[in-house]
Design a protein around this ligand. Structure first.
Ligand code: UGA
Length: 429
């Protein structure tokens, strides 16, 4: 396993838990040392235990030596970062660098599996970089959600394997034999495209839900009822239709932009894709305009001299990950209009990130409300429901709570003297 991010580490530890012998390599010696001592620094339920048990069973080891890790491998997984690079394209530098490191040390007949999210054609490119006729490169995209990665690995909806060589595909499929999941066996290009198509479709659903929420607010309808009403049609499905402050995280934004770049470069017009991305931005502008209007500044007005309290900064609940967080995107828009921002996030109390140019992060949810004209809920942490909202109200100068995750109980807030405004929901009477 090359790379011990949340995908590599989860895949490595879970494959070890299924009985395979796994060596995980990572270029960061500090990480290797900590993981070797079963210390997992990412917030991922069940992962520390899985790593600890696999280490104790002698089926998992960590090393900083990538070439050494592959020397006796039957299957090598590439789980490397493919961040947003120039012009929105996926940056394949890490994948290409590792291909160079392993090309001469891969054992004969070994299968290289690409798990990183990469543009169509990358399997072929890696195969060309390796230049080894005896090594097959297979695409096996991951569909793990952060915060649910171990669960998703052990209970997959499907396992997609793209290979031109049926024997190599069978070998990779065999690794997952203990899991009860449908196999989609295909060619590498289809497997690579499947991953982008999945994340694009999910993002499209969310942009749709967020626009629908705007319609609901305009007409006094309730987004929960509308999404339940449509979601009960199995052709639509109820999942992934909760409105919010926009979609973010380390995957959806990066992958939709990368796919858009691929389309542009191939001369293919895919307006649904660009609209999905643009909608996410215009939606956030709308939410900020709504906050400005409710603070008496007019939808386009400046927020100078106003302090706002933000609850939740991570891109979703259950993770400490701030990458491409919609909460931070909203914060940036508020800041551009001149608002002063204080934030509380349950995952950022012990190790507080330095976001001082943007927002003061405090460890006390009541203190976050000091002098605030309004509160904004940006991440759906369940514990935010149980904050001392009366104490928060006492510190505020205003009384509105913009709950952009429809998380809080309007009646409870009303008893604390606050007025709740959700997203895509009728205002509380
Ligand atoms: C996403 C996909 O869901 C995984 O299937 C995929 O494997 C992963 O990317 C990846 O490519 O590695 P993840 O980035 O962990 O997983 O995040 P999601 O749980 O999908 O959430 C993405 C964003 O959508 C978050 O900002 C979340 O708050 C938002 N969201 C999600 C909503 O606003 N409403 C919803 O109903 C669901």
């Amino acid at each position: 396993m090359i790379g011990t991010g949340y995908v590599g580490l989860t895949t490595g530890a879970c494959l070890a838990s299924l009985g395979h012998s796994v060596v995980c390599a990572d270029a960061d010696p500090h990480k290797v040392e900590r993981l070797g001592g079963a210390r997992v620094d990412i917030l991922e339920p069940g992962l520390p235990e899985t790593v600890r048990d696999a280490l104790a069973a002698g089926r998992l080891e960590f090393t900083g030596d990538t070439a050494g890790a592959v020397a006796e491998a039957e299957v090598v997984f590439l789980c490397l970062p493919t961040p947003m690079g120039a012009g929105g394209a996926a940056d394949l530098a890490a994948v290409e660098a590792v291909a160079g490191v392993i090309r001469d040390v891969l054992p004969p007949g070994c299968v290289v599996v690409n798990k990183s999210t990469v543009p169509v054609g990358t399997c072929a490119r890696v195969a060309a970089l390796l230049g080894r006729a005896d090594v097959t490169v297979v695409s096996n995209p991951e569909f793990l959600r952060e915060g649910r990665a171990v669960h998703d690995f052990l209970h997959p909806d499907r396992i997609v394997i793209g290979s031109a060589d049926p024997a190599a595909a069978r070998r990779v499929a065999g690794l997952y034999a203990a899991l009860d999941a449908p196999l989609v066996l295909t060619d590498p290009a289809s497997a690579e495209l499947t991953k982008y198509a999945a994340n694009f479709f999910l993002a499209m659903k969310l942009s749709f839900a967020n626009n629908l929420a705007t319609l609901c607010e305009r007409f006094g309808a309730d987004i929960d009822d509308v999404t339940e009403g449509i979601g009960r049609d199995p052709r639509i499905g109820p999942a992934f239709l909760r409105p919010g402050p926009g979609w973010g995280g380390s995957c959806l934004p990066k992958d939709t932009h990368a796919l858009l770049t691929v389309c542009d470069r191939s001369g293919i017009d895919f307006p649904l894709l660009s609209a999905t991305i643009e909608t996410n931005v215009t939606h956030q502008h709308r939410l900020v305009a709504r906050v400005a209007a409710s603070c008496g500044r007019g939808t386009d007005g400046s927020l100078h001299g106003l302090r706002l309290a933000l609850y939740g900064l991570t891109f979703k609940a259950g993770t400490s990950d701030l990458r491409d967080s919609p909460a931070l995107a909203v914060a940036r828009l508020l800041r551009e209009r001149g608002a002063g921002l204080t934030a509380y996030d349950p995952a950022l109390c012990e190790e507080r990130p330095d976001l001082s140019d943007l927002v003061d992060v405090v460890a006390d949810p009541v203190r976050a409300a000091e002098g605030a004209a309004a509160c904004l809920v940006l991440t759906e942490w369940p514990e935010l429901r149980d904050l001392d909202w009366a104490a928060i109200a006492a510190r505020m100068t205003g009384h509105e709570v913009h709950d952009f995750r429809n998380l809080l109980d309007a009646d409870l807030l009303a008893r604390a003297g606050l007025s709740w405004r959700g997203i895509g929901r009728p205002a509380a009477p």
